[in-house]
Design a protein around this ligand. Structure first.
Ligand code: FUL
Length: 486
């Protein structure tokens, strides 16, 4: 059979369908909400009863509406942070907000008291995907964290956290996880989760070995579409910092699992080329200084968020941006203003698309000369299942774009067809300037999506995208040129 009639074979590791789906979300919100919101802490030590939780005007619809307007594709809520307080109506512990005066008042008014369910319903209403954070480290059950204020109350519960303590913390955590992954909306339909955060942080001397495989099996059984997040991931990895940036080179694969030794922060940012596991990076970052809301903190500007976006999403890393509700249970006006400014900046940048399906494009070669299947116009069709490619063994090549007129260029957005593996390790953009092609961008890894911006005003009518290094025949899914003033 001629090579042109065959589609390219997958290259080494490829993403699971749930991961392809997740890459496409690009950025979504993190919501840290719970006791710490009311005690002005980041790592509250599980000292207060549920009554501390008392939002005066809780409105999860406001969260979801604002996130959706800002262009977020999902939201992840802290169902349980390190302090052990459950935001949902769990049967596993008395330490839950359902036991608060706030919940009693809501029940008297026939209002929902389960904040996870409320948030999931709001996410659905505004077309957002929903996820939960369930802290493995649980101070409430950890004997190394004394809780003198709870002694003698119903919240003085067995200290089962730790390998050498009586009781089975893994069993307890599994039950909590099972409750969350089987939770239903009021109409009886399942609450679909797109991501579950099993945070790796701990500030305790207690040694607890976690049953990650058991947790993974619970997630897979009930929520096969959900990503399981851990420091070295199973489905996604930590990017190695919490500042909202990544290195310019970023591989979607790594060589370790959550059970192996922890990787350095740089190694997490970088990943490993041709690694054993498809475990792409996610950047968890904050709009304010803290994860939880504090009255004396303020949000970053829309400009700073735009920079974050370019240094995460623009480097093939998903962005999980924390926007914490206040003690009223609302997202602050100033945070909303920053989010809107971010949206406007992002939209006005991306709206300057100069290429459309009819733009004149040519390529150095086409797989099997089969233009209909693999021609360069496939980078313009907006279809995530099509791409430009060449014959097997051809590792470098180019696509040339004729803009038809001289335009001012501000940037490029490029995507590799990752469903068949990450292959490209070097690419360039050249522009026709003064009768010759001049290189204006030199990149390394490509991956799900790259956004390259140009700082100095470039005017040109012809652009050439070149693959300069690839470990297998490159598959280029899309190319867009941003600019104007043509
Ligand atoms: C960390 C936690 O310790 C922080 O409190 C926060 O939840 C952050 C997202 O993850 O590991």
């Amino acid at each position: 059979m001629r090579v042109g009639a065959q589609s390219p074979a997958a290259y080494l590791r490829t993403p699971e369908p749930r991961q392809v789906d997740w890459h496409q979300l690009e950025y979504y919100a993190f919501i840290h909400f719970g006791h710490n919101t009311f005690t002005n802490e980041e790592w509250g030590r599980s000292q207060s009863t549920p009554d501390v939780f008392n939002p005066t005007n809780l409105d999860t619809d406001q969260w979801a509406e604002e996130f959706s307007k800002a262009g977020f594709k999902g939201m992840i809520l802290t169902a349980k942070h390190h302090d052990g307080m459950a935001l949902w109506n769990t049967t596993t512990t008395a330490y839950k907000i359902e036991n608060s005066v706030w919940a009693a008042n809501r029940t008297a008014q026939r209002l929902e008291t389960d904040v996870v369910r409320l948030a999931a319903a709001s996410a659905k209403k505004y077309g957002l995907r929903f996820g939960v954070y369930l802290s493995p480290w649980d101070m409430h059950r950890d004997p190394a964290m004394p809780k003198p204020h709870l002694v003698g109350t119903i919240y003085d519960e067995p200290q089962i956290f730790g390998d050498s303590n009586p009781g089975d913390y893994n069993e307890f955590y599994s039950q909590q996880l099972t409750e969350l992954v089987t939770m239903k909306h009021h109409d009886g339909s399942q609450i679909d989760l797109f991501e579950i955060w099993l945070d790796g942080a701990s500030g305790s001397s207690t040694r607890q070995t976690f049953a990650w495989t058991m947790f993974r099996d619970i997630i897979r059984k009930h929520q096969p579409g959900a990503l399981m997040w851990g420091h070295q991931g199973v489905d996604a990895r930590w990017v190695g910092n919490e500042e909202g940036y990544s290195l310019e080179t970023n591989w979607h694969t790594i060589n370790s699992t959550q059970d192996d030794a922890r990787l350095s922060e740089d190694a997490l940012m970088l990943g490993v080329r041709d690694g054993l596991y498809w475990t792409p990076a996610e950047s968890d970052a904050r709009i304010r200084d803290g994860w939880f809301w504090h009255s004396d903190e303020h949000p970053k500007s829309g400009e700073a968020l735009m920079e974050m976006y370019l240094e995460t999403v623009g480097r093939s890393v998903t962005l999980l941006l924390d926007v914490p509700p206040n003690t009223q249970g609302l997202i602050e006006k100033e945070d909303i203003e920053s989010l809107r400014r971010f949206r406007d900046l992002r939209e006005s940048f991306l709206e300057q698309a100069l290429l459309h399906p009819e733009t004149n494009v040519t390529a150095s070669s086409i797989r099997g000369n089969n233009e209909g299947l693999y021609g360069p116009e496939k980078v313009l069709d907006g279809n995530p299942t099509t791409y430009w490619t060449m014959d097997d063994g051809q590792l470098t090549g180019w696509v040339e774009i004729d803009l038809g007129r001289v335009c001012s260029i501000e940037g490029f957005v490029t995507q590799e067809h990752i469903a068949l593996g990450q292959r490209i390790g070097g690419y360039s953009f050249d522009a026709l300037v003064d009768g010759g092609f001049k290189t204006v961008v030199n990149g390394t890894s490509l991956g799900y999506k790259r956004i390259d911006t140009l700082s100095s005003g470039l005017k040109t009518s012809r652009i050439r995208f070149r693959v300069t290094q690839s470990n297998a025949v490159p598959l280029v899914q899309s190319i867009q040129v941003l600019g104007g003033m043509c």
